[in-house]
Design a protein around this ligand. Structure first.
Ligand code: 3AM
Length: 184
């Protein structure tokens, strides 16, 4: 039997926006504020699946591939800090309905497939800093990045050599019409 993988569904911001966010972060947060998430690892989690067997991964991917809903526009215009989980995040003041619907669907599919889902409400966010040791000043409003979300991604979280890397395994197009998912 193959080993399980640590998986989650997420939205991947375009690479140019990942780079812009990282530049903005460097300008607004002190290096000691927390551990910065690498540009390529910046993502907005939709559903965390945990450790999943190959069979279950296939079943979850099949269900995800059946989701039919149009894309939406995401406007990242909010930021904050959660002291308990010790992260600084980027988010949106007005989550689009499509985003909430997609997360609810993926979480429901995951729960039905036996993946534990936290009872906490879905707070769409992109983690910017981890392991923040104290309250940090959040930049004043005025920043924003806007992009079209046309797909979501099944990621594997791999921890090696003291680093976590998120590797896209499969991409799922958002569209009005049923589509076949693309393996990457
Ligand atoms: O970077 P964020 O917070 O959006 O927090 C983890 C990360 O999302 C979250 O899954 C993403 C990839 O690791 N995560 C990790 N363990 C989790 C858990 N047990 C979890 N989310 C919910 N429950």
């Amino acid at each position: 039997m193959s080993e399980s993988k640590r998986l989650f569904f997420a939205i991947e911001p375009p690479a140019n926006i990942q780079r812009q966010i990282v530049r903005w972060r460097a300008e607004h947060f002190q290096p000691e504020a927390g551990r910065p998430v690498a540009a390529a690892n910046l993502h907005l989690t939709l559903a965390f699946l945990g450790d999943v067997s190959a069979d279950k991964q296939q079943a979850l991917a099949k269900l995800a591939g059946r989701i039919v809903q149009p894309g939406f526009t995401l406007n990242l215009d909010d930021a904050g800090q959660w002291l308990r989980s010790r992260v600084v995040w980027l988010g949106t003041r007005q989550p689009p309905r499509g985003l909430l619907q997609l997360a609810i669907l993926l979480r429901a599919q995951a729960a039905r497939s036996g993946c534990y889902q936290s009872p906490q409400p879905f707070h769409p966010h992109i983690t910017l800093l981890r392991n923040t040791s104290h309250a940090v000043a959040i930049p004043p409003p005025g920043f924003h990045w806007t992009f079209s979300v046309t797909e979501f991604v099944l990621y594997e979280s791999i921890f090696s050599n003291g680093r976590t890397r998120y590797t896209p395994l499969q991409r799922f197009a958002l569209s009005e019409q049923p589509r076949i998912s693309d393996e990457v």
